[in-house]
Design a protein around this ligand. Structure first.
Ligand code: IVH
Length: 666
């Protein structure tokens, strides 16, 4: 490539960047005159070269045109992932394999890098100019997120000096703990949904169609690997990181280690350091430092033999149990809850943790006043790991299992073979009723805007709601005498309730909150019966014909519709104007890659709930199974996928990730 071509390339990159700063960020860095000068130079050079000018050259565009939203980008070199280790023994095995493969006398040096908890990105540079950036995706290709990457700190837009003509730089985009807390505060103030952890927040922020939103979210980057162009660039990981750092990439603190003993110690050291870091890490990555040795070791399946992630256990924190209370759920299940002195666990304040059921409570033997260790399971739901006070003679007595519902005083029963105890008060129990109302009006149910938890509870407490049907028969005059219930609020509420009276069957069934009937089952039922009448009068045999419906579900449905009280409530609802619309048959596009395929979905996803995904997959004509077998066509694996992923890999079942899932659903 001649000098002119190279300069043209460079100018296009520079001008694109300035367009982005000007049009997207509203924060130009150079004067209009300077901009015009660069543009002039580009126009002249393009003319001089006399070759066809691509449409996306800044001489051909006005403003900043984003590349097609999240179009797919194939990585020049596939992006691998890392094998995990959870014990020192597994690290010893890792090192031993290297000795076996390379010879006992080989001089091996390992480099240790913290494992940042974010998402992997591939940034492609041509002649030192950033051309595009893409998410890891399935490792082969990912989503183009170039526009959004431009506002991430720690990533240079252009590289200087001697760099390979084509270079893929890889690393992790993450959100600092501070930015995460600030973002959630802002979300809360605006009544928007909160992010569960910095990783989800980073993923959600990077997948914004509006790049200026990503820019506000303050994401950062650490570089840790190279794809295309790597061989020419450096001969070891430590040299690579030094060179990337010199180019303006942010890199992490690393250390060179001679043997496994040093790795164990280093791992312990960082585990202690972890809480004081400004970003989340979930382990240490150990890599063979020398690239030649890396090549010799090669990779197995989708991860290299020369690297491993030694994962940290979930962060554990101590606190004190102040009370054990009993919570009554929508279906009457009574759950023990530990109320604790508030503490920060992995960046989140925790003061309550479920103890699941009475067996669990007994097994863990948690008592009021105990010092306990808590952690956030899957870093989301807080749980009590153990009590530190067991054996202490001065402890309090075990908490008694309630014989009566703590809310309505109805009898408590434990069904055969079930861990749960239940309040028998049914809908006369205000706790059950409150939860039922919340579920009924929730986003996946009737989706009534402005009908939050507080309102639901107050309406039950003040006797304005006695059954779910009463949602459509509110006494607005009484309501208007309540504090904080201004005219405008009442009108809005009335309007949103009114606007939701027409509802499709699947939502309606789900909103009723019938035991064992979740969203996916509600959808299968609706697709099968189409109308509420057919549904209500279905026989057990008819119910059992449906894919998703087993004996338990069928019995629960029969029971629900046979119950006189329920029939009256449904009748009332219809009288108040609720109209259940027949479910539209979903038209299955037989050309869709998933039509007729058997898929299994496991793990958690950042941008979609698993249940939601399940429904959408069904609508595409896929059969969603619960276990992986040799009949499975595809396993869709999210974060923290466990045994199902293992099984799929053993059976050679195709495994895809969230990016592919979203692409299929799009
Ligand atoms: S190296 C060939 N280094 O962990 C190996 N990955 O579980 C490619 N990660 O997809 C990855 N910190 O998202 C590497 N210092 C680090 C890392 C790191 C975080 C993530 C990355 C990767 C995942 C694999």
């Amino acid at each position: 490539m001649g000098d002119i071509q190279q300069r043209i390339h460079e100018l296009r990159g520079i001008l694109k960047g300035h367009n982005y700063r000007y049009y997207v960020l509203d924060a130009p860095q150079i004067s209009d005159a300077e901009y015009d000068q660069l543009l002039r130079e580009l126009v002249d050079l393009e003319q001089k070269l006399g070759e066809p000018i691509p449409d996306d050259s800044p001489t051909q565009t006005v403003g900043y045109k984003p590349d097609t939203a999240f179009s797919s980008r194939k990585h020049a070199v596939p992006m691998l992932s890392l094998a995990n280790a959870f014990s020192d023994t597994e690290i010893s095995d890792f090192v031993r394999r290297h000795k076996e493969l390379l010879g006992d006398n080989t001089n091996l040096t390992y480099i240790a890098e913290p494992k940042v908890d974010g998402l992997a990105i591939n940034i492609y540079y041509e002649f030192g100019q950033m051309v595009y950036a893409a998410t890891r995706g399935d490792g082969i290709s990912g989503e183009d997120v170039t526009d959004n990457i431009r506002s991430v700190s720690g990533i240079p837009w252009r590289l200087t000096g001697q760099v390979p003509a084509q270079l893929e730089v890889r690393g992790e985009v993450y959100m600092s703990k501070a930015s995460f807390l600030a973002l959630n505060q802002k979300q809360e103030a605006a009544g928007e949904k909160l992010f569960a952890n910095p990783r989800n927040a980073a993923a959600g922020s990077l997948r914004q169609l509006d790049a200026s939103i990503t820019a506000e979210r303050k994401l950062s980057f650490f570089a840790y690997a190279i794809g295309l162009g790597g061989d020419a660039f450096a001969s070891s990981q430590s040299e690579l990181l030094a060179k990337l750092s010199a180019q303006g990439f942010a890199i992490q603190e690393t250390a060179l280690l001679a043997d496994e003993q040093a790795m164990f110690e280093h791992y312990q050291l960082w585990m202690k350091k972890r809480p004081s870091l400004d970003y989340e890490i979930d382990g240490m990555v150990f890599k063979v430092n020398d690239f030649k040795q890396q090549k010799l070791l090669g990779s197995v399946a989708r991860s290299p033999r020369w690297a491993i992630a030694y994962k940290f256990p979930a962060e554990e924190v101590e606190t004190v149990v102040e009370a054990i209370t009993w919570q009554v759920g929508r279906t009457g299940v009574i759950t023990p809850v530990a109320n604790m002195k508030p503490v920060l666990v992995s960046g989140v304040m925790v003061s309550r943790a479920t103890l699941h059921n009475i067996q669990e409570l007994g097994r863990k033997d948690v008592r009021v006043g105990d010092r306990v260790v808590i952690r956030r399971a899957g870093d989301v739901i807080p749980e009590v790991v153990k009590s530190l006070s067991i054996g202490d003679p001065s402890r309090s007595q075990p908490t008694l299992v309630p014989k009566q519902c703590p809310v309505c005083y109805a009898a408590v029963e434990q069904e055969d073979g079930e861990a749960a105890i239940r309040c028998m008060g049914g809908l006369s129990c205000s706790a059950q009723l409150k939860e039922r109302i919340k579920h009924f009006v929730s986003r996946d149910g009737f989706d009534i805007e402005g009908f939050g938890s507080k309102l639901s509870e107050a309406l039950v407490d003040k006797g304005l709601i006695k059954t779910i049907a009463d949602v459509f028969n509110l006494d607005y005059e009484v309501l208007s005498t309540w504090e904080g219930m201004g005219e405008k609020k009442i009108t809005n509420l009335e309007q949103s309730i009114e606007s939701r009276k027409h509802i499709v069957l699947s939502r309606f069934i789900y909103a009723l909150g019938i035991r064992h009937v979740g969203q996916a089952t509600a959808m299968s039922l609706a697709q099968h019966f189409r109308t509420i009448d057919a549904m209500q009068t279905a026989s057990e045999e008819a119910l059992l014909e449906i894919n998703d419906v087993g004996k338990e579900v069928a019995a629960s449905l029969m029971h629900f519709f046979a119950e006189e009280h329920n029939q009256q409530v449904l009748q009332k609802m219809f009288e108040y104007g609720v109209q259940v619309q027949a479910e539209q048959a979903v038209e299955i596009d037989s050309n869709h890659p998933l039509a007729g395929k058997t898929v299994v979905i496991t793990g958690s996803f950042s941008n979609i709930k698993r249940n939601q995904a399940k429904i959408l997959l069904q609508q595409l004509g896929a059969k969603v199974a619960s276990a992986v077998s040799k009949n499975t066509d595809v396993l869709i694996a999210g974060e923290k996928a466990g045994s199902k992923l293992k099984k799929a890999e053993e059976l050679g079942v195709r495994v895809v990730d969230e990016t592919q899932l979203l692409a299929w659903l799009a």
